[in-house]
Structure formats: C-alpha cells, structure tokens
Design a protein around this ligand. Structure first.
Ligand SMILES: CC(C)(COP(=O)(O)OP(=O)(O)OC[C@H]1O[C@@H](n2cnc3c(N)ncnc32)[C@H](O)[C@@H]1OP(=O)(O)O)[C@@H](O)C(=O)NCCC(=O)NCCS
Length: 133
C-alpha cells in the first residue's frame, strides 16, 4: 500500500485504484504471488503474475510489483522479476509517468510496445519482453 502511495504521488493520481484494494481484494485475484519477507514474515516486496493462453504460446502477465519504500533501491524489484518463470512473452503495464518502474523494466529487457489512456490524464505504457531475459 505504501509503495502504491509513492506511485500515486509520482504520477499525480491520488485516485490510483490499487490504493483502495483490501487484503481480501488481493486474495481474490487469480494470480501467483512471489514475495520477499523479513524475519517476522512482514512483506518487504511482492510480485503478482498470471499466465494466459495455451501452453507454447502462453503470455506471462505481471499484475502487481511493489517494494516497501524503506526497502527501495536495494534490488528487490529486480530480484522478483528475475525469479519469474521463463516465458515466451512477458508483459506489464504501468503509468507513463512511473519512471522508476519503466527504468527497471527496461534494464530487465522489456521494451515499450504501446500507450493507452484508459481514463483522462492517465497514460499507461505497455511493455513486453520476448523470450528469456
Ligand atoms: C518500481 C519499484 C517496483 C522498483 O523496485 P526497487 O526494488 O526499488 O528497484 P531495484 O532496487 O530492483 O532497482 C532496479 C532498477 O530499477 C530502476 N529504478 C528503481 N528505482 C528507481 C528510481 N527511484 N529512479 C530511477 N530508477 C529507478 C534502476 O534502473 C534500478 O537499477 P540501479 O539501482 O542499478 O540503478 C518500486 O519503486 C515500487 O514498488 N514502486 C511503487 C509501485 C510501482 O510503481 N510498481 C510498478 C508498477 S507495475
């Protein structure tokens, strides 16, 4: 939640939908979660992903990626991307104003494939990586 607070401030969208998600909302997502926990099982970073499409042409979709602000810039975001299962194609979508996330994805082999504006003044970029990292 704090990580999305940072993102909301960065992209100037205090109405970011993820900010109002409850633990139950997150549990209801049909995704796989990877996480980094501390010694007390507190979540320091988490990544949710799903796979769609038939085997052989399946696409891995990164649905959430968050790092607790106190643990930012220590490689946890990159680590969670690196432990994703291999996929023919991996996709993610983030705000065009989210420079840290775009930089992270770029350095992990993703390229921007398009942009869209689902609601006024919120431009999202689609990013994609084909084949292994
Ligand atoms: C984006 C986010 C996941 C990055 O996680 P992180 O653990 O801090 O990132 P890492 O330490 O693994 O950094 C890897 C690379 O990402 C880029 N990066 C990360 N934070 C950055 C920042 N604040 N400014 C510029 N580049 C940044 C850099 O290229 C960095 O490599 P470097 O440290 O060698 O220069 C994290 O800031 C976050 O949770 N943000 C809020 C939620 C969000 O935006 N999620 C992504 C939406 S899909």
């Amino acid at each position: 939640m704090q990580a999305y607070g940072l993102e909301a401030a960065l992209i100037e969208r205090p109405d970011l939908p993820m900010l109002t998600e409850t633990v139950d909302d997150l549990r209801a997502l049909t995704v796989t979660w990877d996480g980094v926990l501390d010694d007390c099982d507190q979540v320091l970073a988490a990544c949710a992903w799903s796979v769609r499409g038939p085997a052989g042409v399946a696409v891995l979709d990164i649905e959430r990626l968050v790092v607790h602000p106190e643990w930012a810039r220590r490689g946890l975001g990159r680590l969670l991307l690196r432990i994703l299962p291999g996929a023919r194609q991996t996709v993610v979508s983030t705000s065009a104003a989210n420079a840290p996330a775009i930089a992270l994805y770029h350095t992990e082999g993703f390229a921007i494939t398009g942009t869209r504006e689902p609601v006024p003044d919120l431009v999202l970029v689609s990013m994609e990586r084909t084949g292994p990292r």
